[in-house]
Design a protein around this ligand. Structure first.
Ligand code: SF4
Ligand code: MG
Length: 307
């Protein structure tokens, strides 16, 4: 669980509460949901930037420790890639130094040049020698995001957590960056958790999808299960408004979700079209168990009325 200190007079905001999410080796999991649903907070908790107020993060089966040394060791294997490469890169630092920053921090300075060039090449910046001396303003947004990814790869991590990795890029280069993440999964066996509000992105990149609503995962399964045969009314509503959907669009009414005022019972009940049709009192009163889907199992939805 991750809570934030209350605004004055308000209850603590439970950004993430009761989440069980696993990412297996060589797998890409997309964490999707509307903005404010807690997915970025969960991503930050997974890389140790936010400490859960309850529960734990496991890396390679081991509980994450929060001493500076434990975090440093953990981050060598779990790297965060953020949305805006322009903000992530220092305008006065050239590409070589940007990519070398992680290895230097971790004392991996032996054959540093080789390491940096290999990471640049893996991130698709070839020939690496040509890019190493450039500065951020001499590159496109897509190239800058490749530098950020190279910086993560330079530590040879096993997991990348990418928060909206293409949201700030031009549509024309988004596909290239997604293709790069897929190539890294295939060639290096890298695992990735990709956070996005974009279901189309999830379709293009993910092996599995987890749908988040108001701090909880409400549906999880393979990409085909969740996006082609959605069970949860929230997932169905999200999918129904996509331009190529065959379903009648389900427009969600009611207040947008507020983590400081989580409704009782099923958190989605004030906006749920299925509950409205059934008028089910279970929905309003009984909380749902946390989904603890074994990644090899079939899809699961946190809903009293669909299974
Ligand atoms: Fe809707 Fe009820 Fe299912 Fe919640 S439990 S998603 S309110 S039908
Ligand atoms: Mg976000």
């Amino acid at each position: 669980m991750v809570t934030y200190p209350p605004r004055r007079g308000a209850a603590p905001a439970r950004a993430v509460d009761g989440v069980n999410l696993q990412v297996r080796q060589g797998e890409i999991v997309a964490l999707v949901g509307e903005s404010g649903c807690g997915k970025s907070t969960l991503a930050r908790a997974l890389v140790g930037l936010v400490k859960p107020t309850g529960g734990q993060v496991l890396g390679g089966g081991e509980p994450l420790g929060y001493s500076a040394a434990a975090l440093k060791a953990y981050r060598r294997h779990t790297q965060l890639v953020l949305q805006d490469p322009g903000g992530a890169l220092n305008p006065r630092q050239n590409v070589f130094d940007a990519v070398a920053e992680g290895p230097r921090l971790h004392g991996l300075t032996d054959r540093l040049g080789e390491r940096v060039h290999a990471a640049l090449a893996r991130a698709g910046l070839r020939p690496p020698e040509e890019f190493a001396g450039r500065f951020p303003h001499e590159m496109s947004g897509g190239q800058q995001q490749r530098v950020v990814i190279a910086g993560a790869l330079a530590l040879e991590p096993s997991v990348i957590v990418a928060d909206e990795p293409v949201a700030s890029l031009d549509a024309s280069v988004r596909g290239e960056i997604l293709k790069l993440i897929l190539e890294l999964r295939d060639s290096l066996g890298l695992s990735a958790l990709v956070v996005s509000h974009d279901l189309g992105l999830a379709w293009n990149i993910a092996d599995r999808v987890a749908v988040m609503y108001l701090g909880r995962i409400v549906e999880t399964g393979t990409v085909e299960e969740v996006l082609l045969r959605p069970k949860h009314p929230y997932t169905r509503a999200l999918l129904s408004v996509l331009p190529d959907s065959d379903e009648r669009p389900v427009l969600l009414t009611g207040e947008p979700p507020d983590p400081a005022a989580v409704p009782g019972g099923c958190r989605f009940h004030p906006r749920c079209p299925l509950r409205a049709a059934e008028q089910d009192t279970l929905c309003d009163s009984r909380d749902l168990p946390v989904l603890t889907g074994d990644p090899s199992g079939s899809s699961l939805a946190a809903c009293h009325l669909v299974h």
